[in-house]
Design a protein around this ligand. Structure first.
Ligand code: UDP
Length: 410
């Protein structure tokens, strides 16, 4: 295998010119000149695993390169904290919530510990998702600009959890959502922009065919037969068991393979249990590859996505679904559930196929396997869609514009 691991910090803004063009990069420099030396802090709950960490790991170094004095902090907590925040996450997506009432105190205790540990005196503080929301307690005299960046679909939250979180959210200067459909009626300003992927990161950059072949060989995946892939944390909301069920239907008609690849996220304690469930339903089928990958597997994930015949994302609920963005960027036909931010990315029959059930997933997989030229056209249009709307250069512009806007608002 000849592919080498390049450290992300060796990628510079100018390297994006061949992808997005010179004017877009010039525009970023012009905006950055207005913000030079300003202090920004991003706070979330995990440095690896999941979409937020994926975005921040690229956004932060590029904003730094643009001259913004940015830091990224990750809150810490015990297993009890992350079990609670995971239950919050599911409840905000509409699931029932059955934790005991003292969970709210435990949540606040951990937020308080982090408030004491972290310095939060930047001019712009962006708090990602509910886990660190109560850090707003550390704001003194309405100093600085505080934005709550919500990556979750908040359209129908479980009131038990939302009623607890809302008073904290309302103390922010604004809330930032990924889609108009995710927003919630709030008396503070709401902003909207899509998450993004970095086309030059290890996860998304072009790879040598030899490297891709090497990865398939390493995992003993057959290069000659179709490969259906879902990349996701092992999380019930990603429905890996439903993916296996859909594959089993397809397998009656096509001699294909299924790859379920994912790892854990530090803030998701449920992964092990879900992995066991997936192994159980897949037992005995040598064409199902369940790959529990370590956090440093970006190149391997990239290779698996590129080697796939079709990429699946059969989530039951979803934030934005960056794995879909990644697959579309790689010109892959995608079969994905019409939940969360996925319909923004997958325009049915144009940039992919939207589904609502196991049977629907199996049906669309069979359709695409039988119609490879249609499948390839979906992939081409998907790539174009991502280039126009979902690349990191758009996110850089959006964040800087938001900071400028906040300054104007005083
Ligand atoms: N991911 C990863 N390793 C894994 C599973 C996922 O690096 O084992 C990445 C995946 O490529 C994507 C992100 O984590 O960049 C997942 O983001 P998404 O929005 O799809 O889902 P989330 O995990 O945030 O719910």
């Amino acid at each position: 295998m000849t592919e080498t691991r390049r450290e992300p910090h060796t990628i510079h803004l100018e390297d994006y010119i061949p992808v997005v063009g010179t004017p877009e990069i010039q525009e970023l420099h012009a905006l950055a000149a207005l913000l030079k030396g300003r202090t920004v802090q991003m706070v979330n709950s995990t440095s690896v695993g999941g979409g937020v960490a994926e975005i921040l790991s690229r956004l932060v170094p590029l904003l730094k390169e643009l001259g913004i004095n940015i830091r990224w902090d990750v809150i810490t907590g015990g297993n009890d904290f992350f079990e609670i925040t995971k239950a919050f996450h599911n409840a905000l997506h509409g699931a029932p919530f059955d934790k005991s009432p003292d969970c709210f105190d435990i949540f606040l205790d951990y937020n308080e510990q982090n408030r004491v540990r972290l310095q939060t005196d930047s001019e712009f503080t962006v708090i990602h998702d509910p886990q660190p929301v109560a850090l707003i307690n550390g704001r003194s005299n309405r100093a600085g600009h505080w934005i709550w960046r919500c990556h979750i679909d908040l359209s129908q939250p479980n009131p038990k959890v939302w009623n607890f979180l809302e008073p904290y959210v309302l103390r922010y200067d604004g809330a930032l959502f990924s889609s108009p459909d995710f927003t919630h009626q709030l008396p503070i300003p709401q902003y909207l922009f899509y998450p993004s992927i970095d086309p030059l990161s290890e996860k998304n950059r072009e790879l040598e065919p030899e490297f891709i072949r090497g990865v398939l060989d390493r995992f003993e995946i057959d290069r000659k037969r179709p490969i259906l892939t879902q990349i996701s944390r092992f999380d019930r909301l990603k429905d890996p068991v439903g993916v296996v069920e859909a594959y089993k239907i397809v397998k009656r008609y096509f001699d294909c393979q299924l790859v379920l690849a994912g790892g854990g996220a530090a803030d998701d304690p449920e992964g092990g249990k879900v992995l066991d469930e997936v192994r159980e339903v897949s037992a005995g089928d040598p064409d199902i590859f369940i790959l529990d990958l370590p956090p440093w597997s970006a190149l391997e994930i990239n290779a698996l996505q590129r080697a796939s015949t079709i990429v699946i994302q059969k989530s039951l609920r979803e934030g934005f679904g960056l794995t879909v963005t990644e697959a579309l960027w790689k010109r892959k036909p995608v079969v994905a559930s019409a939940v969360g931010g996925i319909p923004i990315q997958v325009i049915h029959k144009q940039t992919g196929m939207l589904v609502h059930s196991v049977e629907g997933t199996a049906y669309q997989l069979r359709y695409l396997l039988s119609n490879p030229s249609f499948a390839s056209r979906l992939g081409q249009l998907g790539h174009k869609h991502v280039r126009e709307q979902l690349l990191i250069t758009s996110a850089l512009r959006n964040y800087m514009t938001l900071f400028m806007h906040s300054i104007r608002q005083g």
